[in-house]
Design a protein around this ligand. Structure first.
Ligand code: C2E
Ligand code: CA
Ligand code: CA
Length: 701
């Protein structure tokens, strides 16, 4: 039974309550039925009441008339007694009175007949009131021994009494009936009215408690979807109409989420991509208000290109994936880790537990140094990282923060890789300057802001003298800019081949006027990769009638570091064309020694950082001696750069350096001063007094 009831209720809920349309329609039908019922009841009750009140009116009138009849009959009886008891002369008067009374009775009976024809059957009683004149006669002149007159009067009295009683009873009944009916009517009206009210109230409560909130929830879900929010489930609604909408919406949301996940996920690592990182870390940053500070880290794998070159791109991809997994395990779920470039990752973290970004990044870098074992390889790499700290809850743009972390990352790269650098404003200034330089350099090539100066290189053993060509840029607004700054800018902006060509043409043209002098030219690895560079250089020499043997080409170890086979090939070609090749800045990088194995250099230039400390630092001294010995063993010349003090002249010469270069001997000088510098040096050599002194240095650029 209970089951049946619940099944019926469930069907009702399904069939009627489950649909907004049916629910409202049902409520409306209920209200209409109730209103019609109320109307019908009211009408029928009104009709019944009318007939009942008519009945009551008749009963009242009958009761009145029968009461009147009784009174008249009683009076008639009194008069008849009076007439029977007296034989006086006034008896005539009594007969008149009796006749009058009889007429009044007749009238009353008539009235009663008019009212009560249909009220009740009083035909037997009515018989008592017939032939009233005879009754009067019988009363007035009774036949001897006959009581007929008196009997008739008694019969009349009895009939009148019955009539009075009957009609009163009937009046009371009609009254009671009317009262009952009125009461019933009231009750029915109240019941139906209450039903209508309850239905209306039910509809109102349903609308307020179920329908409107459901509509509001649906509206909220639509709003969130419109805002692009997809990480929530669209609920199932009881109302069929809303459910019909919520099901396709949920499908739409899931599809959109999938599409977005695809668009927001890096397929190789499964990590969020740059877009997702920006979006999610922006949300997290806003939410972290009051949680200490947050920071954004950018890091990448040092010399990732080598991994690709040595092990193949598949191994490179695996390494990146494994690195992502390792970072994820190391930092846990609280950190947001994304792959934002080939081998570049970004991290968003908070420092609620008091860890500083520096400690965290250093720990991360150490963790990443452990070798990655896969596919039979064991690959160990280092990472370079940059980070920026920001107050939690700030409204900073994550794009900007990531760019700044990137700047710090590049600084780590510049500083030699395998390190962590915090972002500082200087980095941004530097970047802005670099951009300005990149922008203005092309113009400088044509406006005469560039020139070439020459720094003498002296032979320690009375050999031939030479100069190193060094480019200079006097920016119209920024003044003198170091080549150490604008050469990298030219390399970044793609202007290096053009700038390099300009320097070579300028320098070789100057050299053509300086008989007997040799010249060193600095080359960027980019120039060595340039198509037709060898023929260009040979053509310049030919034009200026310079033997390639007079030209030293200085390169740094960066050509080897970047595994630039093409550059190394060009270098071989140049060497076989007669140019001499020098390894510049020996001792500054990690692979100077390696480089010596890769290429057969004619000359080594010991970096001034090695030379400057020679007199004071035992380790520098040891390295210096080792480098000189090594160079001498392979038959290369050795130039000591940065001879900036007197004592270094003797130290470097005695250690075995074949050439000396430095501010103590001569700073770089303008082209028109070169011959004068060497003329003075010639005097010095002749006088054996020592290197060129003040007048020369005054002329330095
Ligand atoms: P580098 O090839 O090592 O050039 C030597 C640098 O050391 C020059 O700086 C020179 O002025 C400076 N120097 C020479 N003697 C001394 C000394 O006694 N003490 C000190 N403190 N410095 C000394 P500069 O001209 O600023 O050049 C910096 C770097 O810019 C060069 O280093 C070279 O790598 C690059 N560079 C300069 N000119 C050119 C160029 O024409 N082409 C290319 N590709 N690079 C150039
Ligand atoms: Ca150089
Ligand atoms: Ca150098």
């Amino acid at each position: 039974m209970f089951r049946k009831v619940t099944a019926v209720l469930a069907r009702l809920r399904e069939g009627v309550l489950g649909s907004l349309e049916r629910r409202l329609l049902g409520a409306l039908i209920l209200i209409i039925i109730s209103t019609v019922a109320l109307q019908v009841v009211s009408q029928s009750r009104a009709l019944a009441l009318r007939s009942e009140s008519e009945d009551l009116g008749t009963s009242i009138s009958m009761a009145e008339h029968s009461g009147q009849l009784l009174k008249l009959v009683v009076r008639f009886r009194l008069l008849s007694h009076k007439a029977a008891g007296t034989a006086d002369p006034d008896a005539a008067a009594t007969s008149d009175e009796l006749t009058d009374a009889a007429m009044e009775i007749g009238q009353a009976v008539n009235n009663l007949r008019l009212d009560g024809a249909q009220a009740f059957d009083w035909s037997s009683e009515r018989a008592a009131f017939e032939d009233l004149d005879r009754v009067v006669a019988a009363v007035m002149a009774p036949a001897p021994g006959s009581n007929a007159g008196e009997d008739r009067v008694d019969a009349m009295l009895a009939a009148a009494a019955i009539l009075a009683e009957e009609s009163q009873l009937r009046r009371d009944k009609a009254y009671a009936q009317l009262e009952r009916s009125t009461h019933d009517w009231h009750s029915q009206v109240i019941v139906i009215g209450t039903i209508i009210l309850l239905v209306a109230l039910g509809v109102l409560v349903d609308v307020m408690r179920n329908i409107l909130p459901a509509l509001r929830r649906m509206h909220g879900a639509l709003h969130r979807l419109a805002e692009g929010e997809l990480e929530f489930g669209i609920e199932k609604f009881k109302l069929r109409e809303l459910n019909a909408l919520s099901i396709p919406l949920e499908t739409f949301r899931r599809n959109a989420l999938q599409v977005r996940n695809l668009a927001f996920t890096d397929p190789a690592t499964g990590l969020p991509n740059r877009r997702a990182f920006i979006e999610r870390s922006t949300r997290r940053l806003r939410k972290t208000a009051g949680e200490g500070s947050a920071f954004v880290v950018a890091f990448d794998i040092d010399r990732f290109k080598f991994v690709n070159d040595d092990y193949g791109h598949a191994a490179g991809d695996t390494l990146v994936r494994l690195m992502g997994e390792r970072v994820l395990r190391f930092l846990g779920e609280d950190a947001l880790i994304a792959r934002v470039g080939g081998d570049e990752f970004a991290i968003f973290c908070t420092t609620a537990d008091g860890t500083t970004p520096t400690t965290l990044c250093s720990a991360l870098a150490a963790h990443m140094r452990k070798p990655f074992e896969f596919d039979g390889y064991s690959i160990a790499v280092t990472i370079s990282a940059g980070f920026i700290e920001v107050a939690a809850g700030s409204s900073d743009d994550i794009n900007l923060l990531l760019n700044r972390a990137d700047l710090a990352l590049y600084a780590s790269k510049r500083e030699g890789r395998n390190r962590v650098t915090p972002f500082t404003d200087d980095l941004e200034d530097e970047r802005d300057l670099a951009r300005a330089l990149e922008r203005d350099l092309a113009e400088a090539l044509t406006t005469g802001e560039l020139r070439v100066v020459y720094q003498p290189i002296y032979s320690a053993s009375d050999g031939a003298d030479e100069v190193e060509a060094l480019v200079r840029w006097r920016h119209r607004l920024l003044g003198d800019i170091s080549p150490a700054r604008f050469i990298p800018a030219a390399e970044r902006s793609g202007l290096m081949p053009q700038l390099g060509a300009w320097i070579i043409e300028r320098a070789l043209s100057d050299l053509s006027g300086w008989n007997g002098l040799a010249m060193s030219l600095n080359l960027s690895p980019l120039q060595l990769q340039q198509d037709g560079f060898v023929s260009f250089l040979l053509e310049c020499c030919r034009k200026n009638q310079i033997q390639p043997e007079r030209v030293y080409l200085e390169v740094t170890e960066t050509i080897s570091i970047e595994r630039n086979t093409r550059a190394l090939l060009t270098l071989e070609l140049l060497r076989s064309a007669g140019f001499r090749i020098a390894l510049d800045d020996f001792g500054t990088g990690y692979s100077s020694l390696c480089m010596m194995k890769t290429f057969d250099f004619d000359r080594l230039k010991l970096d001034r950082s090695l030379v400057e400390d020679v007199g004071t630092n035992a380790t520098s001294m040891a390295v210096f001696h080792a480098a000189v010995n090594m160079a001498r063993q392979i038959g290369a010349e050795v130039v000591a750069e940065g001879v900036s003090e007197e004592h270094l002249v003797a130290t470097a010469s005695e250690a075995g350096c074949t050439h000396l270069q430095g501010f103590h001997l001569s700073a770089p000088v303008e082209a028109n001063m070169v011959e004068r510098v060497f003329a003075a040096t010639a005097d010095w050599k002749a006088d054996a007094r020592g290197p060129a002194t003040d007048p020369l240095r005054c002329a330095a650029a």
